[in-house]
Design a binder for this molecule. Structure first.
Ligand code: UDP
Ligand code: MG
Length: 189
């Protein structure tokens, strides 16, 4: 069973590419960000806590996110997995390893979509006009980049050390062109 992590900074195209490749592969898919936005929409206790952090561009605690992933993997243990937006910290990556090994699922593989920061900012500001996400404003985006640099970028190094990391250019080309490269990588994993 495959365990694929689609990795990249905010705005790198993880959600867009996930949607495209899910038409081709039968993945059990989780976006922790989408789940948190659902919780906010439904006004749950978790949603209320998450909303404050998300609007500031900060991260929800490792414990909460790891709990979500644990339940997701438990429920989808017979399937290939596609993880979008997780892990976001090295602690989360280490926990994922333990969960995967407890289910005898083998290693996770990371595919990073690489995009320059100035292009990311433009994409997110543009998305704000279309989707109206409250965290897509300049100040919050800057803090999301800051959190990414401080806590999330190290996740790439963690998987590089394990030789479980591949990156592709997520900047030059249309989403369809980028998905072709991504699909080739997945088929050759
Ligand atoms: N978030 C988080 N942990 C997660 C996923 C999301 O804390 O595992 C929060 C965080 O505040 C982040 C926001 O939700 O900035 C939006 O996450 P999403 O993955 O949707 O955004 P992206 O970074 O892909 O643009
Ligand atoms: Mg996303």
């Amino acid at each position: 069973m495959r365990n694929i992590i689609l990795f990249g900074a905010p705005g790198a195209g993880k959600g867009t590419q996930s949607a495209i490749i899910r038409e081709k592969f039968d993945f059990a898919y989780i976006s922790t960000g989408e789940i948190l936005r659902e919780e906010i929409k439904n006004g749950t206790e978790l949603g209320k806590q998450a909303e404050v952090l998300i609007n500031k561009g900060e991260l929800v605690s490792d414990e909460i996110i790891i709990g979500m992933i644990q339940s997701f993997i438990e429920a989808n243990n017979n399937k290939d997995l596609l993880l979008d937006g997780f892990p976001r910290t090295v602690k989360q990556a280490e926990s994922l390893d333990k969960i995967l090994s407890s289910f005898n699922r083998g290693e996770a593989k990371v595919i990073e979509l690489e995009v320059d920061k100035d292009v990311l900012m433009q994409r997110l500001l543009n998305r704000a006009k279309i989707e109206g996400r409250k965290d897509d404003n300049e100040q919050t985006i800057k803090e999301r980049f800051n959190q990414y640099d401080k806590k999330t970028a190290a996740v790439a190094d963690y998987y590089k050390q394990k030789n479980s990391y591949i990156s592709i250019d997520g900047q030059h080309g249309t989403p369809a062109e980028i998905s072709v490269k991504l699909i080739t990588v997945i088929e050759n994993l």
